[in-house]
Design a protein around this ligand. Structure first.
Ligand code: SF4
Length: 377
């Protein structure tokens, strides 16, 4: 885990730290506490699955809050790899375990900031899985934040916390919002004069089927799922053939991102003489692909270049190790020979013998369910 600032000096103390997803509720919870003249440091958690670290300055300016981005990618990948204790929600979202990880981290940072309590924007009964009364209690207990966690938006429905009893926080000025409605939150956003009203949640890719089907094969086939694996699974089109993984760029932005994120051992496929995508063949832990597999992937890559397909001819695909490409400072363009580069002359083909496939959500959903049953058994 790392954060983007080091702010622990005695003159930079806060009364509270807050979990800030960037969703409306998390921002309102901070405003309610700031209204009492208390200083709040907002923690915006970032991983390949959620977080908008680039928005930090913007949010600070428009909402008048103070934010630190906190990268929890490593912890999060460990959670998914080992599987969540409290299971997944409707998709691949381990909400209860996720909240516990975030609360634990917030508790650690609370001490660093000399703060006395943690704020979160949860509202009782708003989300089916993570915001039921019994689940809220589990989160408090397992994260060991029972004494310090304050939920300003629904505090009136909960027992008073130590900071309320001590008088640091005025319980009378906390709220009693409950349920799925949004009207009270929208009225509050108006009251605070927000120039932008954010969407209810912070946006989490694990709760979206389209993204879950990208992540599941990583959990299934990567020998040791890594942050890099999940960053790669966020890019381009994803194809798998058992444990062989190909990622094909859809546009220039994908191509650039692929070259930046892939590992040194990964194979980079580029067409010679035709415009086309960059593709990455992920060589897990340096496990080299056989020549026939590379040739197959080269023909598959070429099939994404309409001009090469229309030419009706065999085409040449350049294949290099990412490390060699990086040594040369190659940006992925056509120029310059690359050390140890392999050239494959292939017929563009989408249905190759290896049988590259995209994961389908209904299949993935069944596999996730079966996996959870196995873990429980
Ligand atoms: S939706 Fe995503 S970020 Fe939010 S609690 Fe669930 S897993 Fe965590």
């Amino acid at each position: 885990m790392h954060s983007d600032t080091n702010t622990t000096s005695a003159d930079n103390r806060y009364d509270a730290v807050a979990l800030l997803s960037g969703g409306l509720d998390s921002i309102l919870a901070v405003k309610v506490i700031q209204d009492q003249g208390l200083r709040v440091k907002c923690l915006h958690f970032v991983s390949p699955f959620f977080g908008k670290p680039h928005k930090r300055r913007h949010w600070e300016a428009i909402y008048g809050i103070d934010i630190e981005n906190v990268d929890i990618s490593e912890d999060y990948v460990r959670l998914l790899t080992e599987r969540p204790v409290y299971g997944f929600g409707k998709v691949l979202n381990p909400c209860v375990d996720c909240k516990i990880i975030m609360m634990r981290k917030a508790s650690e940072m609370m001490h660093r900031y000399g703060a006395r309590f943690i704020i979160s924007g949860e509202v009782l009964g708003q989300r089916p899985m993570s915001q039921r009364q019994d689940t809220l209690n589990v989160i408090r207990r397992d994260a060991d934040v029972r004494e310090v966690l304050l939920r300003p938006l629904c505090a009136k429905h909960l027992d008073p916390t130590e900071v309320e009893l001590s008088g640091l926080v005025d319980r009378e000025r906390l709220l009693g919002i409950k349920g799925r409605g949004r009207s009270e939150q929208l009225a509050l956003a108006k009251h605070y004069g927000f120039a932008e009203v954010p969407t209810p949640g912070g946006g989490c890719k694990l709760a979206e089927k389209e993204n879950a089907r990208r992540y599941w094969p990583v959990l299934k086939f990567s020998p040791k799922p890594s942050v890099r694996d999940f960053k790669l699974s966020n890019i381009g089109r994803q194809y798998w053939a058992e444990d062989k993984w190909m990622i094909v760029g859809r546009n220039q932005m994908d191509n650039t991102a692929l070259l930046k994120v892939c590992g040194d051992d990964d194979l980079i496929f580029r067409l010679r003489g035709f415009p086309g995508p960059i593709a990455v063949g992920r060589q897990f832990e340096g496990k080299a692909w056989a020549q026939e597999e590379i040739a197959d992937a080269a023909a598959f890559t070429a099939s994404f270049s309409p001009k090469s397909v229309q030419s009706g001819q065999d085409v040449t695909v350049r294949v290099s190790c990412a490390a060699d490409l990086r040594k040369q400072g190659d940006s992925g363009s056509e120029q310059g020979p690359v050390a140890n580069e392999m050239l494959f002359t292939v017929t563009p083909c989408r249905q190759t013998p290896i049988g590259w496939c995209e994961s389908e959500w209904p299949v993935v959903r069944e596999e996730i369910r079966a996996d959870m049953r196995d873990k429980r058994a």
